[in-house]
Ligand binder design. Structure first.
Ligand code: THU
Length: 160
């Protein structure tokens, strides 16, 4: 029997350690969090995408009375960038949540569906996308690629 193990490193930055460009991206995610439409969960998710050319596009979760139709903030931001700046490689996504249960001090990582969608953007642009999560204590958690959060992920290499 062979054994394989998978691990990854995550950087946790204090507010003063956050590079200016990522702080600006976090501020954009916080701004877009205000645009969340979440009357059912009351869980607000703001996201902001940074592209290679330095543009930033935001998104927030959009819910529906037919619950499975709810769309996550991360995907709204990614699709926003794909529409507004097609072909402009996505290099980072920042995510800021506000929970009805109060302050959250642990990183709320993208859901499985969003991980798969972020992976598609990594594959499409052939580059890593940094995932940046701000917790309510101001710390910033950095993951270098969605492949760390979705190891052995599905991709188009199995398709015609
Ligand atoms: N949500 C996101 O926007 N992103 C995630 O990664 C997880 C969940 C939203 C969907 C729904 O509107 C609310 O949070 C509760 O699940």
């Amino acid at each position: 029997m062979e054994k394989h193990s998978i691990s990854f490193d995550m950087e946790v930055l204090s507010p003063e350690e956050v590079p200016a460009i990522y702080q600006t991206l976090i501020d954009k995610a916080l701004e877009f969090r205000e645009k969340a439409y979440a009357p059912y969960s009351k869980f607000l998710v703001g996201a902001a995408v940074l592209t290679k050319s330095g543009l930033m596009f935001g998104g927030a979760n959009q819910e529906n009375a037919s619950y499975p139709l709810c769309m996550c903030g991360e995907r709204v931001a990614l699709y926003h960038s794909a529409m507004a700046a097609p072909g402009d490689e996505v290099v980072a996504v920042a995510i800021c949540v506000k929970s009805p249960i109060g302050d959250i001090m642990q990183p709320v990582m993208p859901c499985g569906a969003c991980r798969q969608v972020i992976k598609e953007y990594e594959d499409r642009y052939k580059g890593d996308i940094k995932i940046i999560i701000r917790t309510d204590d101001g710390r910033v958690w950095m993951v270098k690629s969605v492949k760390d959060l979705l190891p052995l992920g599905f991709d188009d290499s199995f398709l015609i």
